[in-house]
Design a protein around this ligand. Structure first.
Ligand SMILES: Nc1ncnc2c1ncn2[C@@H]1O[C@H](COP(=O)(O)OP(=O)(O)O)[C@@H](O)[C@H]1O
Ligand SMILES: [Mg+2]
Length: 369
């Protein structure tokens, strides 16, 4: 398949009610042809329901779903030409690997003479060449998930939907499969909509990520946009590893944190409740070499924890507020592990000084200076 065959998806004002539960609230989302889009949100935020509306398993209460130039809202699942991978692999245990992968070809009544070649190609795509005749029960979890993937791509769908496909795998295999899925996506060129509750997984894999909360679309953007320009405190706390501290706005580029003023490179809109989102990896220990304009916070070391790949410091500001920082554990950093109780300063670059409004808190009606 090449990229010209992939299609865009347009979700237009989709709402879904289950009794009194509003699982989806007026969601509008456009996905580009060939894009890898993740739906990210906590459990119960509506991810599976939205994916179901794309796959045809969920009838929206209102709104429509378009794939390419076709309105698919009421089309039954099997007519949609969409590949689907679920968390539970849903393989047929009594069938061989090859029979499992061929199943969609049988269901679609594609000519039987084409099956062997298609199955072979699909298995090669997921690096299971030569596994056709194995029983499914003889496979490891990672191999089963690959068979499920091969089955989803064997009929060359233009759109592939995945619902937490890696969550049953252990951490190491999950990380390997994330990179493999990225590669597979590049090779196939198909449009992918991928559901996960794991922010790191979403950031690792996606061209763009759509963040859902309580059935609403909170923010959509490229991983670096969500990480560096979170729309509110919900996104800031959900993406990355950060401490949120209440601040007061002084002017467009300055806030007050306790007795300290901090500069932010990005303009700060007036809002009733503002928070500073300090990402653990953005803080640095002040070695006296940073430029004068940088934000400095005096603090005391409460705990220093060696975590293998990083060194984590738990710090207390003068007023007792806790913050934490993390730095890579290369030898030069390890040599400088400060003793407990030590007073030092941490620095935060204005570019990394992220100020967000509190989620669900309306901006003031009148203009505050
Ligand atoms: N078939 C259903 N009947 C009733 N409520 C449902 C059904 N499916 C989902 N819900 C509710 O809709 C909301 C969103 O669910 P879901 O889409 O499964 O969330 P997620 O996949 O993000 O965990 C939840 O409150 C859930 O309880
Ligand atoms: Mg779900």
């Amino acid at each position: 398949m090449d990229e010209r065959d992939s299609v865009g998806v347009s979700i237009r004002s989709i709402s879904k009610r289950y009794g009194s539960t509003e699982a989806l609230k007026d969601i509008t989302l456009n996905i580009e042809p060939g894009e890898f889009m993740s739906l990210l949100g906590p459990s119960g935020s509506g991810k599976t329901t939205l994916l179901g509306a794309l796959g045809g398993f969920v009838m929206p209460s209102s709104g429509s779903v378009w794939v390419g130039d076709q309105d698919m809202t009421y089309m039954p699942p099997h007519k949609r030409n969409i590949g689907i991978v679920f968390q539970s692999y849903a393989l047929f245990p009594h069938m061989s690997v090859g029979e499992n992968v061929a199943f969609p070809l049988r269901a679609r009544r594609l000519p039987k003479s084409t099956w062997p070649e298609r199955v072979k190609q699909a298995l090669a795509m997921v690096e299971l060449d030569g596994y056709q005749d194995r029983g499914v029960s003889q496979l490891s979890g990672g191999q089963r998930q690959r068979v499920a993937l091969a089955r989803a791509i064997v009929f060359e769908p233009r759109l592939i939907l995945m619902d937490e496909p890696l969550s049953a795998l252990d951490k190491q295999l999950r990380e390997t499969m994330q990179i493999e899925l990225r590669r597979l996506h590049r090779k196939l060129g198909a449009t992918v909509v991928y559901v996960t509750h794991d922010q790191r997984e979403a950031l690792t894999m996606s061209d763009r990520v759509a963040i859902l909360k309580d059935g609403e679309l909170v923010q959509i953007g490229a991983p670096e946009t969500l990480h560096n320009n979170p729309k509110d405190s919900f996104v800031a706390s959900f993406i990355g590893d950060s401490t949120l501290l209440p601040v007061t706005r002084i002017d467009e580029h300055t806030v007050q944190l306790g007795t300290h003023t901090l500069r932010s490179a990005k303009p700060i809109a007036p809002h009733a409740e503002l928070l500073l989102a300090i990402q653990t990896e953005k803080l640095l220990i002040d070695d006296g070499l940073h430029e004068p304009g940088i934000n400095r916070l005096p603090c005391r070391v409460v705990e220093a924890v060696y975590q293998g790949d990083s060194l984590r410091l738990f710090l207390e500001l003068e007023d007792g507020t806790s913050i934490s920082m993390r730095q890579p554990s290369h030898h030069t950093a390890l040599q400088k592990i400060p003793p407990l109780g030590e007073r030092l300063s941490v620095v935060l670059h204005p570019e990394d000084t992220i100020i967000v409004p509190r989620a669900g808190c309306a901006p003031p009606a009148t203009n505050v200076a």
